[in-house]
Write a protein that binds this ligand. Structure first.
Ligand code: FAD
Length: 321
């Protein structure tokens, strides 16, 4: 038996959420006296042997043009073959878009119990119990998994990346790969320097900014912190900002180390997507804004005065003009 980790990539590069999943899977393998192995689907630009530094002993690489774009049905069948061949008893996914699309299908195919949104290592002294977020991050549940094969989808930013100096053995896995029913004709990449779901720091703004012409102060602050930009739903609905920046219950769920919310009231639907952030800073001119209850730090003030001052102070601190 082994622990198998799905290594999610973007443009052939390993995503940060996968590095966390590998570190997490390697720790489970260590605690259960087995080895951690990874599976990579499609073309890969990064050095796969170097992924051994996250604790993986072996990488199974399945090369096929059908795997260069996510088709969850095709991916599921291939990962199931790798899982069966390796005798994997624990399979780890990052709980991101790809993981959410594949893990439930794989769980049905392998008759495996699935815990999605895991936030900690499983408790294995008495059974196999995994702690996960429930009710949009408002509470935790401990789920006991009793199936022979167990699947865990790990929440991004819930487990620290642990990098050593190991080297993984890379083997080509000959899988039977279905032809994808999805034909990708065009890809439009999201703008912005830092991808939102991978960002350590996110600067987000809402209707308090009054209009799209005022987003310069948000972008300046984001740039000074090497942060991604995000927004509340009404802002995206009004086309002030693109929909790929919309966070919340109906948008992206994110968990950066720092989330700065500017002119956002803090509605429950917004909080649902951001309340797993490690530190929340709220800037709002209304001292009664609900967001202050969820904030670690709050600044009561007009965004148009506070944000440029904050940016200037950060630049000064960093010695940037
Ligand atoms: C089913 C459903 C799903 C939803 N999903 C989402 C979702 O995924 N994400 C989401 O964001 N919303 C979602 N919503 C909408 C949500 O309920 C709120 O309406 C929305 O989050 C409010 O956006 P806002 O905070 O930008 O705007 P507002 O509620 O209008 O708040 C603006 C804030 O800016 C402050 N402000 C005004 N001027 C300034 C200034 N000069 N300086 C500083 N502060 C200022 C105000 O005090 C206020 O607190 C959903 C709603 C429903 C019903």
């Amino acid at each position: 038996m082994s622990v198998l980790i799905f290594i999610d990539t973007a443009d052939g590069h390993v995503k940060k959420a996968s590095m966390e999943a590998m570190s997490y899977g390697a720790k489970i393998a260590e605690q259960s006296g087995t080895s951690a192995e990874g599976v990579v689907l499609g073309s890969m630009a990064d050095d796969m042997a170097a992924l051994g530094k996250y604790g993986l002993k072996k990488i199974h690489h399945v090369v096929n043009d059908s795997l260069n774009h996510l088709d969850s049905q095709v991916y599921t069948k291939v990962i199931a073959q790798v899982a069966e061949a390796t005798g994997a008893k624990v399979i780890i996914f990052p709980n991101n878009v790809d993981g959410k699309a594949i893990a439930p299908r794989l769980s049905v195919r392998l008759k495996a119990g699935l815990v999605s949104g895991a936030v900690a290592l499983p408790e294995m002294t008495n059974g196999f119990v995994v702690k996960k977020n429930v009710f949009s991050g408002k509470a935790y549940a401990n789920i006991s998994v009793t199936t022979d094969i167990k699947i865990i989808a790990l929440n991004p930013n819930a487990y620290k990346i642990v990098a050593g100096d190991g080297i993984a053995e890379v083997v080509t896995f000959n899988a039977s790969v279905d032809t994808s029913k999805i034909n990708v004709t065009n890809i439009t990449k999201a703008s912005g320097e830092v991808p939102l779901t991978e960002a350590e720091v996110v600067v987000s703004a809402g209707r308090g900014l009054k209009g799209p012409e005022n987003w310069g102060i948000v972008e300046d602050l984001a740039k000074s912190l090497h942060a991604a930009t995000a927004c509340s739903r009404p802002v995206a609905d009004a086309h002030w900002r693109p929909h790929n920046e919309h966070v919340g219950q109906t948008g992206f769920a994110i968990a950066p180390n720092l989330y700065i919310a500017i002119g956002i009231s803090g509605a429950i639907q917004h909080l649902a997507g951001v309340n797993r952030s490690k530190v929340i800073v709220v800037i709002n001119k209304d001292p009664e804004a609900p967001f202050f209850k969820a904030a670690d730090y709050g600044i009561i003030g007009d965004a148009f005065e506070v944000v440029p001052k904050l940016t200037a102070a950060i630049k000064k601190l960093k010695g940037v003009a």
